[in-house]
Design a protein around this ligand. Structure first.
Ligand code: 13P
Length: 337
């Protein structure tokens, strides 16, 4: 049965393609207040609303950021904040050609009858929230589910993860937001790279089955996968070439070319590792724009440089441009260090 075209279809496709534009990727700065607190704590800064605001102001007002960054994902609090001078963050981003985005899930909770697996909340009231976020200037969304290899993963957890992502994606599109589809496969564990490949293949097979069942417009979504690597506690590291080979094998088998962009998460890899792995994936042409949506791999040095001190803002912004440019080069397959 043919599905009626959605009111936002053309806009969704245009937004997705703007975000997936050559040499650019996403700055993930959507840490929840709790997670942002942990990051601030690591530099001895108190987790207050104004300190979170000051830190995010540093990020969104970085001169020249739009050359390398096409989209920025924010937490709800940040979407409604402004710079000290009173300029809404949404406008700071738009003036640089950066599309404002919003995390719309309500976080993870333990899954009953499982061995440490979780499920992602947030479908209740999601349509209304998406409509509000659109009015505030957001044009894309993120929903992060988690797949835990050390806990199985069980079929019921994978099915729930995929179903939730697909329901969210349909609702986001219905309200004009391009959904980033993120079933994060945690790096934690002692497993080898072949196990990750197997779990990632199962995860994306389920995800695309439910995306299709929910009539999601594939041309108007973006994916946020984990790279296929050995478990972080396996004692093994693979070369960027091997990570790229495994990851692209999985994506080629599972992801239709109608999807415009693959925006990887960094998942706890170092800044350099994340850049080198992305660069390796872009050594040959791909059916999609293969790029980044990093939080930690873009922000670690920025935070350390800032230290909560106004006097360090310029240096911290220079650090952000440094990582953003490196990953931009990696998107083009031209990173040389
Ligand atoms: P990391 O790049 O730090 O893994 O974060 C990306 C993200 O937004 C996870 O949802």
């Amino acid at each position: 049965v043919a599905v009626k075209a959605g009111a936002y279809d053309e806009e969704l496709i245009a937004t997705a393609n703007t975000i997936a534009s050559k040499g650019r990727g996403i700055l993930a700065m959507d840490e929840s207040n709790g997670t942002c607190g942990k990051r601030l704590d690591s530099i001895g800064v108190e987790n207050t609303e104004d300190n979170r605001r000051a830190y995010r102001e540093l990020l969104v007002t970085t001169p020249g950021l739009g050359e390398y960054i096409s989209g920025a994902i924010m937490f709800e609090e940040t979407l409604y904040q402004s710079s000290k001078a009173g300029k809404p963050f949404v406008d700071c981003l738009k003036d640089q050609g950066i599309v404002p985005g919003i995390k719309v899930d309500k976080g993870l909770v333990p899954m009953a009858n499982s061995n440490g697996e979780s499920w992602c909340q947030g479908l209740d009231g999601l349509a209304e929230r998406c409509a509000e976020y659109y009015k505030q200037g957001a044009r894309f969304a993120k929903w992060r589910s988690v797949v835990n290899i050390t806990a199985g993963p069980t079929d019921k957890a994978l099915q729930d993860c995929a179903y939730g992502l697909a329901r969210y994606a349909a609702i986001a599109q219905d309200n004009g937001l391009v959904p980033i589809v993120e079933p994060e496969i945690l790096l934690d564990g002692e497993h080898d790279i072949d196990t990750t490949l197997e779990v990632a293949s199962r995860t994306w097979a389920q995800t695309f089955k439910y995306l299709a069942d929910q009539d999601v417009l594939f041309e108007g979504i973006l994916l946020k996968p984990s790279m296929v690597t050995p478990g972080a506690d396996s004692g093994t590291k693979c070369s960027p070439e091997t990570v790229a080979e495994y990851t692209l094998k999985m994506l080629n088998r599972r992801v239709p070319p109608a999807v415009p962009g693959i925006m990887f998460l960094s998942g706890g890899q170092s800044e350099l590792e994340s850049t080198l792995n992305l660069n390796a994936m872009n050594q040959t042409p791909n059916p999609w724009h293969v790029s980044f949506s990093y939080a930690r791999a873009l922000q670690n040095t920025v935070l350390k440089t800032w230290q909560g001190d106004e006097a360090n803002v310029d240096a911290a912004q220079t650090a952000l441009i440094g990582r953003a440019k490196a990953n931009s080069m990696a998107q083009l397959g031209q990173y040389t260090g």
